[in-house]
Ligand binder design. Structure first.
Ligand SMILES: [Zn+2]
Length: 108
């Protein structure tokens, strides 16, 4: 194993309870969870792009090491489009805060 599995800490989005159980899938195939405390449903990945900051960091770091989008999507289940958009964002922020004389050529 090259990379540790990402363990997701799922919490109820309504009451923040961790006391939730898997309860089928949503219409678009995401895992759905039922909160046993408030009885309401939560979906996996409530973040807009579906990933938390630490997950994104880890995936981007893996990309730096392997530079394989296909490997990434296999390992993390992340779509290539998602990673590409993160990379673009990262390059933009790197360019805006560029250090003198350390410009990195863009990857082809
Ligand atoms: Zn709840």
């Amino acid at each position: 194993m090259l990379f540790p599995m990402i363990t997701k800490q799922i919490k109820c989005r309504h009451c923040r309870s961790a006391n939730i159980i898997r309860h089928g899938l949503t219409a678009n195939g995401k895992q759905r969870f039922l909160c046993q405390d408030c009885g309401r449903y939560s979906r996996e990945n409530p973040q807009p792009n579906g990933y938390t900051e630490p997950e994104r960091e880890m995936i981007l770091r893996a990309y730096d090491e392997r530079s394989s989008l296909r490997g990434l999507s296999r390992t993390f289940g992340v779509s290539r489009n998602t990673v590409t958009s993160w990379l673009k964002k990262r390059e933009e922020s790197a360019a805006s805060g560029s250090h003198s004389g350390r410009a990195r050529p863009a990857k082809a």
